[in-house]
Design a protein around this ligand. Structure first.
Ligand code: PLP
Length: 382
């Protein structure tokens, strides 16, 4: 279906295609060249990440992070059920049992009170997911992890260039993953980064990312040939994609401002509907600076959400649901363990994401908001 307003659209910030051509001209289109180093530098210098290793996706970053946790049989990793498949799959593959806990009703982020209840002597990792680019309560989560002797692995797929108490998401836990998939704020089609903030994990992270070899040591001239050292895979992002991505990372603040503008238009248009109890808008708590990754609304019930989704689709507007809670999925049931997850179950049935991309216009936002208002049986959103 050709949407008149799609949910997402690829975006060119300016220099992407020129940088891809430059990568070819420089004679290295594979990995770990000029553009890879430049992207890593931006993440390290602008966000305070210890060591940023560019990866093929956030999924691969999480897979490396999970291997670095060194799980033994019976070990557990605490995470929300309201998240993307990769959060849990990466940890299950590495031998841990994903322990699903509920999310907070305000931010839809991992509920730190529920984390405290779920910790056992087998807890080795806590995996906060920064939903919609709003930071989790990292102080509370960090203290709980420290007391349990567990690592904090941030799933910051959606959290690039957002902060929690003035620290960038992805630079807080010992490990973190970023996503540069097409739907994210800064993209290269598909890509990611592993953030290694614990210096003692850097060397093994490099090996796991590079097919299990010590090629990074070779590139630094520390060994004269590289060879197989450990488990690993081809997790490094191509120079061509890093070239594309760098053009977007060079526009960190411009893109951030565009998204803040779009979120502001949505909010102004939809607040009257919220005041009338027809929907609920995203919540950003004190301490968090969001990157406006998503703009979602929570409807009163599933029937209203599904009817609104169809109403918007009939009018050419592509809105989308989000996660099926993982404990309700086949993989989640097979690999995970969980207790009560009422909030995750409830919000997954009521949540609708509205179109959000960097060059969405004020007129398009007004049209989406007007159509939402009509769909909810009111004449106008404003
Ligand atoms: C919370 C979360 N984790 C992980 C991922 C996986 O990211 P990628 O597509 O870069 O593998 C996503 C993707 O949308 C996500 O939303």
């Amino acid at each position: 279906m050709g949407w008149s307003i799609p949910f997402n659209k690829p975006f060119l910030a300016g220099n992407e295609l020129a940088y891809v051509a430059e990568a070819v001209a420089r004679g290295n289109a594979s990995t770990d060249g000029h553009f890879t180093a430049a992207c890593s530098r931006v993440l390290q210098e602008r966000f305070g990440v210890g060591r940023a290793l560019m990866t093929t996706s956030c999924t691969s970053a999480l897979e490396i992070a999970a291997l670095l946790c060194g799980f033994e049989e019976g070990d557990e990793a605490i995470m929300p059920s309201f998240t993307f498949v990769s959060t849990a799959c990466a940890f299950a593959r590495a031998g841990a049992t994903p322990v699903f806990v509920d999310v907070r009703p305000d931010t839809l982020n991992l509920d730190e009170a529920r984390v405290a209840e779920a910790i056992t002597e087998r807890t080795r990792a806590i995996v906060p997911v920064h939903y919609a680019g709003v930071g989790c309560e990292m102080d509370a989560i960090g203290s709980l992890a420290e007391r349990a002797g567990a690592l904090v692995v941030e799933d910051a797929a959606q959290g690039v260039n957002a902060t929690w108490r003035d620290r960038h998401l992805g630079a807080i836990g010992q490990l973190a993953g970023y996503s540069f998939h097409e739907t994210k704020n800064y993209t290269c089609g598909q890509g990611g980064a592993l953030c290694v903030n614990a210096p003692e994990l850097v060397e093994r992270a490099e090996i796991l990312r590079d097919r299990g070899t010590d090629r990074s040591r070779f590139l630094r001239g520390q060994v004269d040939q590289y060879t197989w050292v450990d488990l690993g895979s081809a997790y490094a992002q191509s120079e061509l994609l890093c070239a594309y991505l760098l053009a977007q990372l060079e526009k960190l603040e411009e893109i951030s401002a565009l998204r803040a503008g779009i979120a502001g238009w949505y909010r102004a248009q939809l607040e009257p509907l919220e005041e009338r109890g027809l929907l609920r808008l995203p919540v950003t708590p004190e301490g968090a600076r969001t990157n406006h990754h998503l703009f979602y609304v929570l409807l009163p019930d599933q029937a209203t959400r599904d009817a609104l989704l169809a109403f918007l689709a009939d009018r050419g507007i592509q809105a989308v649901r989000h996660y099926i809670p993982l404990h309700e999925s086949e993989g989640g049931r097979r690999f995970g363990r969980w207790g009560e997850l009422h909030v995750a179950e409830d919000v997954s049935r009521r949540l609708l994401r509205l179109p959000m991309f960097n060059d969405l216009t004020e007129g398009e936002v007004a049209r989406v908001a007007r159509t939402v208002a009509e769909g909810l049986g009111t004449r106008s959103a404003g």
